[in-house]
Design a protein around this ligand. Structure first.
Ligand SMILES: Nc1nc2c(ncn2[C@@H]2O[C@H](COP(=O)(O)OP(=O)(O)O)[C@@H](O)[C@H]2O)c(=O)[nH]1
Ligand SMILES: [Mg+2]
Length: 322
């Protein structure tokens, strides 16, 4: 490392695409260099505004993102895009759709797009996506978008690292407002009703408004609802305006600060959880040993609590009983 490591850092911070790509790959591979890299870059980052874009597959997230990115580019902002794709069961790689959809942006010098696969991501999408966002932040991207797959709990996870979370809903897709997954209502800072060119957009808007007015928690921020047609770009500038309003409102209030503090706390604990797990389960015990424990528990010779205690002690982590 040494001098070349420092040069690598400088190249990333200067926005060098090759250096950025190498950094992201190192993080994805969990390369030994990645921890030192992230530690150093942390002190060069902290300026980017992170926006999460979530919603069901096919809602139009990628299409919308492309239009949004162009809008920010027009205003001279450097843009980073992280698209978290589901892993294709056939190719083992990320589905190519998003990359093709965003091709028009791919040649733009002020935009950096990276697709990530969800495959084998210990602890969900968040850790790696957060690290990639940090790299893009240090590389000078002023806004960073994270598009999530929109399945499972990844949208709740993305809300934990984003400064603003946009939830896409579409009319007539059977994912009506009533069937919102648990937690989705709570994470939205802004709702987008995309495919407003399709019938039913007004009905979705009415339902959303009702749902927002009966929200159980006192609304610290009432999410705006913006209708868009991502394919034509209709409503995109309005969406930017609402996003700016949200940003201004939160940056000047305790709401933004307290959320930042809470997110930082959750991130720290998540990192600790992951590090402990890796130290105990991955470094100290191979599959065979874990298999032996499983058999012992199945046969009721051992109980899981004492096994975990033994594993932690063997790893030099206090059992907490002391
Ligand atoms: N009619 C209509 N189709 C749209 C709109 N936005 C996206 N689509 C189409 O919906 C499909 C899924 O879009 P995509 O951006 O890949 O969705 P994602 O899975 O949420 O990223 C594509 O065929 C888009 O062309 C819209 O506003 N109106
Ligand atoms: Mg997509």
């Amino acid at each position: 490392m040494g001098k070349s490591f420092e040069q690598w850092i400088e190249n990333i911070c200067a926005g060098d695409r090759r250096a950025i790509a190498q950094a992201i790959s190192a993080v994805e591979r969990k390369d030994p260099s990645s921890v030192a890299l992230l530690r150093t870059l942390f002190h060069r980052a902290g300026k980017a505004y992170l926006m999460g874009i979530t919603g069901a597959p096919g809602a139009g997230k990628s299409t919308l993102l492309e239009k949004l990115a162009f809008e920010y580019r027009r205003n001279g902002k450097r843009v980073g895009i992280i698209a978290v794709d589901p892993t294709s069961p056939f190719s083992g790689g990320a589905i190519l759709g998003d990359r093709i959809r965003m091709q028009a942006l791919a040649t733009d010098e002020g935009t950096y797009i990276r697709s990530m696969a969800t495959r084998g991501q210990l602890g969900g999408l968040a850790p790696a996506a957060r690290d990639v966002a940090l790299i893009l932040d240090a590389a000078g991207c002023e806004v960073v978008f994270i598009e999530t797959v929109g399945v499972g709990q990844d949208e709740v996870e993305v809300a934990r690292l984003a400064d603003a979370t946009v939830v896409l809903v579409v009319p007539g897709m059977g994912d009506d407002v009533q069937t919102f997954k648990a937690g989705v209502m709570e994470i939205a800072d802004l709702f987008v009703i995309n495919k407003a060119d399709q019938p039913g957009a007004d009905r979705v808007e009415r339902e959303l408004n009702i749902l927002l007015s009966v929200a159980p928690q006192p609304p610290s921020w009432r999410p705006a609802i913006v209708k868009t047609t991502a394919t034509t770009g209709d409503g995109i500038s309005n969406l930017c305006t609402e996003l700016d309003k949200f940003r201004t409102a939160t940056e000047q209030s305790t709401l933004g600060l307290s959320r930042h503090r809470e997110n930082t706390r959750l991130q720290l604990l998540e990192l600790l959880r992951q590090s402990l797990f890796e130290k105990v389960a991955q470094e100290q015990f191979d599959e065979e040993k874990i298999g032996e424990y499983v058999e012992a528990i199945l046969a009721r010779r051992r109980d899981p609590h004492s096994v975990v205690e033994e594993m932690m002690e063997a790893s030099g982590v206090s059992s907490g009983r002391s």
